[in-house]
Design a protein. Structure first.
Length: 412
């Protein structure tokens, strides 16, 4: 019993010791306290910790000389400014990091830069206010290297300032504009290679570089180049016949026939009878051209434009009469028969084909022979619409007419 009683007392004593020790430890470890060190390694701050700072580090910024921030340096002395250790330089002292009036690169390289840009076309100086080098052009002097291509300079004499304006194009006039300070490459016209098909000077035959070949391989279109738009245009004909198919598309009258040379290369239409007429087209046609090649072998030949009559009847037409020595524009209208409007002498060789173009536009009739204007007539009482026709008066080899490439199309 005594053993158990004694052990019980011992256990109580141990328990009491543990409780007291825990309480003491709790009081020690749970109460507020400062960190072991608040040193921020900055000589320009005051490092403190106290109940006033709520046991937290405080690093207050200091100003003025401090024990670890007061050393003497060249042209200055260390001091604290707003919590940072800085050098407070003296004025008018070489090595104070300021290029001051009176100092230069030669006298104080520590503070002043070398402003020599090795350019003879600039005046080199230092701006003490802006603390930077200044390069002013040499005034009133042509100087190669000043960045300006001047009147007396060229690319050959001064490549530094003047560009090479030669664009390698023979169709441009290359020069330098000294006022605008840039090259000018003016297009030369006419010139094959300038990118422009020049009217009156170039075609696809002599300058494919500028002028396209407008042939679309369609016999029913007139292909030409429009110099204003610089594009091909294809005018659709009302009628075209070169007779190479062995027949005439606009007539099946047996009094006409197709003749071929021995090589069958090109057919032509000719008359078999002493008088044969064929009218074709639309009587509502107004402004159009009638074009063909013709060879006169003795026959008298009238061709018709703005015609509104056929064999056996008449209600009006313009007639162009071909003979061996002249070309005559006549007119029939109602009761007025074969009125001569205008006649021009022209010698037609019986072995030669002539290119004829008749243009009827409004009250005007024009007749061209091989590209030249032979008749230009304005009618005060015009026939304004009608079809076309051809006629031959004469028979036999000595009195025949030959037509080729008959074309009718609208005028633009």
């Amino acid at each position: 019993m005594n053993f158990l009683a004694n052990n019980k007392k011992l256990l109580i004593i141990i328990f009491v010791v543990i409780v007291i020790t825990g309480a003491v430890a709790a009081v020690y470890f749970l109460r507020p306290q400062c960190p072991a060190s608040c040193d921020d390694q900055n000589p320009c701050t005051q490092d403190i910790c106290s109940k006033a700072t709520k046991y937290k580090c405080s690093n207050a910024k200091l100003s003025g000389p401090q024990p670890d921030c007061s050393a003497e340096v060249v042209c200055g002395k260390e001091t604290c400014k707003a919590g940072a250790c800085q050098v407070e330089y003296q004025i008018n002292c070489c090595s104070n990091k300021i290029c001051e009036t009176g100092e230069s690169y030669s006298s104080c390289a520590a503070d002043c830069p070398n402003c020599d840009d090795n350019n003879d076309c600039t005046i080199d100086s230092y701006d003490y206010h802006k603390q930077q080098c200044v390069y002013a052009p040499v005034p009133d002097k042509v100087c190669c290297g000043n960045g300006i291509c001047e009147l007396e300079e060229t690319h050959i004499t001064c490549m530094k300032d003047c560009p090479n304006c030669n664009d390698g194009n023979e169709c441009t006039k290359d020069q330098y504009d000294y006022y605008a300070q840039k090259c000018l490459n003016q297009i030369i016209t006419p010139c094959c290679g300038n990118g422009v098909c020049d009217q009156g000077a170039e075609t696809s035959l002599d300058c494919l570089a500028d002028c396209p070949d407008c042939d679309d391989s369609n016999k029913m279109t007139g292909d030409e180049f429009n110099y204003q738009t610089q594009k091909c245009q294809h005018l659709e004909y009302y009628l075209f016949d070169d007779f190479n198919e062995g027949n005439a598309s606009f007539t099946n009258d047996p009094r006409w026939t197709i003749l071929f040379p021995a090589d069958k290369s090109n057919g032509v239409l000719t008359n078999k009878a002493d008088q044969v007429y064929s009218g074709f087209g639309d009587r509502a046609w107004t402004d159009y051209f009638f074009e063909f090649k013709i060879r006169l072998a003795g026959a008298h030949v009238p061709v018709y434009v703005r015609s509104k009559f056929s064999e056996g009847g008449s209600s009006g037409a313009y007639m162009l009469f071909f003979t061996g020595s002249q070309l005559s524009l006549n007119k029939e209208s109602g009761e007025e028969k074969n009125i001569e409007l205008k006649t021009q002498k022209y010698s037609f060789d019986s072995d030669t084909y002539y290119h004829i173009r008749i243009e009827a536009k409004g009250d005007n009739i024009k007749v061209y022979v091989n590209g030249g204007t032979l008749i230009d007539y304005t009618d005060n009482d015009p026939l304004l619409s009608g079809s076309v026709g051809i006629e031959a008066l004469g028979q036999g080899v000595a009195n025949s007419v030959y037509f080729d490439d008959v074309t009718v199309g609208p005028l633009k």
